[in-house]
Write a protein that binds this ligand. Sequence first.
Ligand code: BGC
Length: 398
Amino acid sequence: MRKFAISVAALGAVAALALAGCSSNNNTGNTTATTGGSTPAASATTTSGGGASGDTISLPAFPAGSTVGVSLPQKTSENWVLAGQLFTDQLTAAGFKPMVNYANGGVTDQQNQIQAMITAGAKVLVIGAIDGSQLGSQLQAAKDAGISVIAYDRLLTNTPNIDMYMAYDNYKVGQLQGQALLDGLKAKEGASPWNIELIAGSNDDSNSKPFFEGAMSVLQPKIDDGTLKILSGQKTQSQAATQGWQAQNAQTRMDAILAANYTGGTKLNGILSPNDTLARAALTSVKNAGLPNPVITGQDSEVASIPLIADGTQYSTINKDTGKFVTQVVSVLKDISAGKPVTVNDTKSYNNGNKIVPSFLLAPVLVTQANVCTAYDPTTSPSASAAALATDYCKTHK
Ligand code: BGC
């Protein structure tokens, strides 16, 4: 079991200790990692999905043609924009009635939208929470109405009323990012020590912790031995956090860090960025400061970042194919509807502060210039694939 398993502040230290010693390799039904990143550190702890698993859960069957509620957060990155459209299309094609909402107005908006889905008679709720700890009453109401709840991408915390979690393996994402940053520094920045700065996601998103902790599992030993230096001194997740995943917040923070620490020829060699939107914001800040382009990580394979990967401006991103993800969720919904057992591939890692949530994890894939031309499946990720193939780099390197 990964050490990040307790990602909920409310969970006590005793429970954390009890869980911290487990090994993911002991998970019943786990498959070995098959992701593209394949660093030793990453593969040792990965429990990525898609493999044959002996574990199943059973949820109440519901009639074909029922309403399915899909509650998504704000469109803070391209993956959420894609997910909404794909859910609408694929649920319709599967014969369900989709009710897909974005909570553009924030947490209260999301609470109201979920309540409206319950009132409308939804049989299942698929929820990508803005703040997974703020939906307790709505999830209780869902439970009381016999509605099954699937947490999508982000875990729902501090509630017993969640049946399943489906996501790309968040801790593995962080590990891949940390390792990519190190690999990029070695390849591009000469001899160590290297100056780096850290960016974390929004504190209200339950994914921000596993992303950060996964990355720090790789970077911390190199900070401790002096290979990496953080001149701002901002080393913790809360110091590095980006409220609301907003690009402007990351850029403003980076502007201040650069002005205070990277003048007079001091070079910033690398930046840990948790996603592509924030990576591009940080690159803008670096450029405005007149500093050389650093090694920088990302996530989501956003169309705007793919040419930057291809030309080496952004060192890495992560492919979490939204098409494959939504297809997997819809296939689970079909199984539930038909009264079939649902496969899970991780029954130990995701403790939401109330219980361990049966999970189906998909495998994230690291993308750098080395594989950008071949990383994207044109059938499930057409825009990313097209963006990669349209670059001069892929025209000449395919
Ligand atoms: C998702 C990331 C995304 C971020 C900001 C996270 O919960 O897992 O893919 O970049 O939210 O939208």
